[in-house]
Design a protein around this ligand. Structure first.
Ligand code: 5CA
Ligand code: ZN
Length: 479
């Protein structure tokens, strides 16, 4: 069973690494004790959270994408086709090379991502311009033999919840427009999770292997490090030339297609946990909370049956109004129940005791500790209103916390100080040599250049290293 109440106080969130590891099991998200490094197990409560997060993602994707499912295993000859892609992934691939006792004729890669599984099929499917644009996605597990320290949900060797979209277009410009659309989609997705973003264009040496360019979305975790929680890649025609993805244009000529791909993983859930949680546990946005409302009956003296009966009626009413609601009837102190549900991030608690019954009211207590009273006769609409308020407050708090950690830096000293606690915005000329010096002197990494929409603090234009013309650039310590 997940960590129970008697295991002592939760580490303070200020010790983020200790807090994070501990909360994953105390709140029943994942168990990291599976006997293979980098693999972990979803508990039912964590799985329910994952389900709701991915329902939001699927709802957004399904507006103009279709969901598909491709095999996990990729034959070596397909995997080895695109030179840059292989170079980027060869040290991270798990191989299957035996069937029972016999060596396989063709070794099979466990997909680290699915370009090389999907694109041979796209080559068969794409025939004419009428087939384009093509926009498919899948949600699957992928495997990467990560060599940096693994962390559940953040750096896993089995990525259990890899949402990857792969699109095909007639022109480079249409693929670019799709990349812009995808960034908008990811903005909306993270907005629904109340997670603020910094969006930047990765430097060329950090782009996805085989891409023309990569746009990444990052957020800032409580320890000041940034976490990349999604990427959008313009693939140009690199893969279409390798995999022969061609279409017949209006004039009857064969043309190579242009492609994009973009992905999100369970890091999205790590961000929800890390950005919103506090010293008492998870704080979940109502939209994705497995339990949105918990009813705690306050039972004193003789009126127990009456209170329980009323609480069951309230549960039925809230459930039929569409809320995910639990009634905690356990024979333990109310305080122990509060602790339990606070740890699990339930946004709203409804308390109901004999005096509330007499006055036809209920007491509402938000996960932030704000108390109010609602009339029993209009309780569903009060609960809806309070939950909306919680969503707004979470978004605002997360956004202002993040922006407080983004600092303009005109000197190396300022940049060094800024990356201690968050993100430095510096001016950089896009030359590798300047980035190397910048990274070495400050201890941060160049995330990427601003692509607008980030509301960054103003900085002057000369490159912080060489003094030539520069662009606003994000510098941070990263996960
Ligand atoms: N094929 C492309 C787009 S689908 C691709 O694989 N892009 S990626 O390598 O950037 O991965 C997409 C996202 O997955 C990353 O932005 C990151 O948020 C997440 N991710 C990458 N590696 C891991 C890992 N080891 N554990 C958890 N999430 C990961
Ligand atoms: Zn420079």
């Amino acid at each position: 069973m997940p960590g129970e109440e008697e295991s002592g106080p939760l580490p303070q969130k200020g010790d983020f690494s200790g807090w994070y590891q501990e909360i994953l099991w105390r709140a029943g998200i994942v168990d990291n004790r599976y006997p293979v490094k980098g693999l972990y197990v979803w508990y039912p409560y964590g799985f329910a959270l994952r389900k709701h997060v991915y329902e939001v993602l699927r709802e957004l994707m399904d507006r103009d994408h279709e969901e598909t499912l491709f095999p996990l295993l990729v034959p070596e000859h397909e995997f080895m086709k695109e030179a840059e892609h292989i170079k980027g992934f060869e040290d991270e691939v798990y191989w299957v090379d035996r069937g029972g006792k016999n060596p396989l004729d063709v070794p099979l890669a466990l997909r680290p991502t699915s370009e090389t599984a999907i694109y041979p099929m796209y080559a068969l499917w794409v025939r004419s311009h009428a087939d384009l644009p093509l926009r498919y996605y899948q949600v699957v597990n992928t495997f990467r033999y990560e060599t940096k320290a693994t962390k559940p949900l953040i750096r896993a060797r089995e990525i259990t919840s890899f949402k990857e979209a792969h699109t095909v277009h007639a022109t480079w410009e249409e693929a670019e427009a799709q990349a812009v659309t995808a960034i908008g989609l990811y903005r909306t997705f993270y907005d629904r999770l109340c997670i603020p973003l910094l969006v930047s264009r990765r430097p060329d040496w950090d782009k996805f292997p085989g891409a023309d360019y990569t746009i990444a979305v990052d957020t800032i975790m409580p320890d000041g490090k940034t976490l990349q929680i999604g990427t959008v890649h313009h693939l140009g025609d690199h893969f279409s030339r390798t995999f022969e993805i061609r279409y017949e244009d209006e004039k009857g000529e064969q043309q190579y297609a242009f492609q994009t791909c973009y992905g999100i993983s369970e890091r999205s859930i790590a961000a929800v946990i890390g950005v919103h949680g506090d010293d008492r546990g998870l704080v979940l946005p109502p939209e994705v909370a497995p339990v949105q409302v918990v009813i705690v009956p306050i039972i004193v003296g003789k009126r127990k049956d009456e209170v329980i009966g009323a609480a069951r009626g309230l549960k039925a009413e809230l459930a039929s109004a569409g809320f995910r609601v639990e009634l905690d009837e356990r024979e333990i102190r109310p305080g122990a129940k509060y602790y339990h549900w606070e740890m699990r991030g339930v946004p709203l608690r409804v308390e109901l005791g004999p005096r509330d019954l007499d006055r036809r009211v209920v007491t509402l207590v938000t996960r932030f500790g704000e108390k109010s009273e609602a009339s029993r006769d209009s309780v569903a609409s009060s609960v809806g209103g309070v939950l909306s308020g919680i969503t707004r407050a979470l978004s605002l708090r997360a956004a202002s916390d993040m922006m407080a950690r983004v600092t303009a830096a005109g000197t190396l000293e300022q940049a060094t100080a800024a990356v201690e606690g968050g993100v430095a915005v510096v001016s950089w000329c896009r030359q590798r040599e300047c980035a190397d010096i910048l990274e070495e002197k400050t201890g941060g990494s160049v995330l990427g250049t601003d692509i607008g929409g980030n509301r960054l603090p103003e900085i002057s234009t000369p490159c912080i290293i060489c003094g030539k013309e520069g662009t606003p650039t994000l510098l941070a310590r990263t996960f």
